[in-house]
Design a protein around this ligand. Structure first.
Ligand SMILES: [Zn+2]
Length: 410
């Protein structure tokens, strides 16, 4: 927008509509010269309301009106009459403004009458309430909604979309997704399955088919990053370097190893993106000391509840890892076979890499088929160190002693 070509009333419009009306009167009375015509056309075209007039935007109806110098009438933005030339157009904040400036209402769009949109808005609002009150995945059909509104299905579909930006079906899906988010957030200890049913999905398998679209992620992942989650954590030191220990209200949810505290805190933030991370207090230090002792001598076992968050497949892999005794190893292929998915070797390796509970879920006990050490989420040197410790002092029976709170599959 070039301020040099803007007549005063145009730039002043938004702040002071009364200026519009005074100058419009002057404009009508003054014959336009070619120079003022060009300036007025440029001013109109630079005004964002011009685009709405050009598009005959029904959404803009009620927010302003425009008058046409040459015809002496004023219209609502959606008027179907022939498009005016921009140099003849003035904008008005109200019908009264336009009439005070000497214009009369257009016979075609009848700018003084309530807009079709406001009538439609009532029908659409009613339909929205009806969709929202349906507490299962059988939202009223388009035909039902249209019949209630007294419109054809296609007409109703169009006005609904015009008013909400969504089709009735998409609106119902969005509303259900919101109920699910609320259910997941409201009761962080209830199972994901409960939340799915409470949100109105009639089968969880049907929900899982669509979960990526509904939440943008799996429910467990959503919940892991959910805002309702408080996570206490502390960074300590152990024989293997820096260690982060984090605990949710359900148990230890992360044991991370690394070289420095900053990297560990960032990793924690990434894994629990929207959780409230709270620095642990003195009592929490006792718990960290327990975890450190366990990491330095895994054969001792860790007698603390774990909050294991992962997909159904990951949970199966992790349970299989917990069954490998300290001092022993298994290959990725063996783990894949043990969980009944012998071809899923690659997915097993990915599940190992996704493990958030170092040592407690002993992914360090998984090696290549030839016994060589493969990668380790927390560095292959730490893996070697852990296996060395365990081979020196194997525990007679080590299941990491963790009573895992296994979450619903995702
Ligand atoms: Zn009109």
């Amino acid at each position: 927008m070039n301020p040099n070509v803007l007549p005063a009333h145009c730039s002043a419009n938004a702040q002071a509509p009364h200026v519009t009306h005074r100058i419009d009167m002057t404009d009508r009375a003054t014959p336009a010269t070619p120079a003022t015509k060009t300036a007025q056309a440029a001013a109109t075209q630079a005004d964002p309301r011009w685009a709405m007039v050009a598009a005959r935007s029904a959404a803009a109806d009620g927010s302003f009106w425009y008058s046409v110098q040459t015809t002496g009438v004023y219209c609502r933005p959606s008027c179907a009459a022939r498009a005016p030339r921009p140099e003849n157009v003035r904008f008005h904040a109200s019908c009264a403004d336009a009439e005070a400036a000497g214009f009369r209402p257009c016979q075609r769009c009848k700018p003084r009458q309530p807009t079709a949109l406001s009538h439609h808005a009532g029908l659409v609002t009613e339909a929205c309430r009806s969709i929202e009150s349906t507490n299962n995945d059988k939202a009223p059909s388009l035909e039902t909604l249209a019949a209630r509104a007294g419109l054809s299905a296609s007409h109703f579909h169009r006005i609904f979309k015009q008013a909400t930006g969504l089709t009735p079906k998409a609106y119902a899906a969005a509303h259900r997704a919101q109920r699910l988010r609320d259910a997941l957030d409201e009761s962080p200890t209830a199972s994901v399955t409960d939340a799915i049913y409470r949100a109105g999905y009639q089968s969880s398998s049907r929900f899982y088919e669509q979960s990526a679209q509904v939440l943008g992620m799996t429910p467990s992942r959503y919940r892991a990053g959910g805002t309702a989650l408080d996570i206490r954590f502390a960074i300590g030191h152990c024989a293997l370097g820096a260690i982060a220990v984090a605990q949710s209200d359900r148990g230890i949810c992360a044991i991370l190893l690394g070289d420095d505290a900053d990297t560990l805190v960032r990793d924690l933030q990434d894994r629990f993106a929207n959780a409230n991370l709270i620095g642990g207090d003195a009592a929490f230090e006792t718990l960290v000391a327990q975890v450190v002792a366990f990491v330095e001598a895994p054969g001792l076992g860790l007698n603390l509840p774990l909050d294991v968050r992962g997909t159904a497949f990951q949970q199966r892999v992790w349970q299989a890892l917990q069954a490998i005794p300290a001092g022993q190893t298994a290959s990725y292929a063996e783990i894949a076979a043990r969980i009944g998915a012998p071809t899923a070797v690659r997915a097993v390796a990915q599940a190992c890499a996704a493990n958030a509970l170092a040592v407690a879920i002993p992914c360090h006990r998984v090696v290549k088929s030839d016994g060589a050490l493969s990668g380790y989420r927390w560095g292959v040197e730490r893996k070697r160190a852990l296996l060395d410790i365990e081979s020196l002092s194997p525990a007679p029976s080590d299941q990491a002693s963790a009573s895992a709170t296994v979450e619903d599959a995702a």
